[in-house]
Design a protein around this ligand. Structure first.
Ligand code: COA
Length: 176
């Protein structure tokens, strides 16, 4: 578990699954993904995130607002899939409900997760990437002070050639 001034990053609880499914069913939240998620898909992803944290002691944490206990979405670190061109490595990621946008929560949570990655977990480097049109996510990477890495940009292997979301832009940050 991690704490920031306004947030708690903790493992997933059963009561998170419903608001998590709701935000993944919101087309605006999922604008830069191939599709919204069904309840079954959202449940499976939350369970995967929970299991990753149980197994590795870090992951895509459930983000809770300290002031009122509201579930906001996820932010954290994830081991890259083998199929990812940047693997092996660890990526930072964030996905918040629309009501939580525009308040600095994603940057605040990601900063804490990355600090934890460099200190407690001893990671040498963390990457982040997103599709070309996802400017809000790129703005988070810039606010975090990450370095833009055009040399690492790639076409996402899960998307068909020519798909509008195929090209991914990469940022990285080293422990030093
Ligand atoms: C990506 C995403 C998390 C970014 O959310 P965001 O709200 O734009 O980013 P932050 O939480 O860092 O908030 C920054 C904004 O809050 C504002 N802000 C307000 N109060 C603030 C405070 N106390 N501290 C810092 N920033 C504050 C900032 O000025 C900035 O606003 P701006 O975008 O108008 O410049 C969000 O758009 C999202 O969940 N999108 C859908 C999922 C997604 O695409 N995920 C990424 C996949 S790679």
């Amino acid at each position: 578990m991690l704490r920031t001034a306004r947030l708690i990053l903790r493992n997933w609880r059963p009561e998170d699954f419903e608001p998590w499914a709701a935000l993944n069913a919101d087309p605006e939240v999922m604008r830069h993904f191939p599709a919204t998620l069904t309840r079954v898909e959202a449940d499976a992803m939350a369970a995967r995130n929970r299991d990753h944290i149980d197994q590795h002691g870090f992951g895509l944490w459930a983000v809770e607002r300290r002031e009122d206990g509201a579930f906001l979405g996820f932010t954290g670190l994830m081991t890259l899939r083998e199929s990812n061109p940047l693997a092996p490595g660890v990526e930072a990621g964030w996905r918040l409900a629309r009501h939580a946008w525009g308040q600095g929560y994603a940057t605040e949570a990601a900063r804490a997760a990355m600090d934890d990655g460099f200190t407690r977990l001893g990671l040498a480097q963390i990457v982040a990437f997103t599709a070309v049109p996802n400017l809000p996510s790129q703005a988070v990477m810039a606010r975090l002070g990450m370095t833009r890495r055009p040399d690492l940009d790639f076409d996402h292997p899960m998307l068909p050639p020519g798909h509008v979301l195929e090209r991914h832009l990469v940022w990285s940050q080293d422990r030093s």
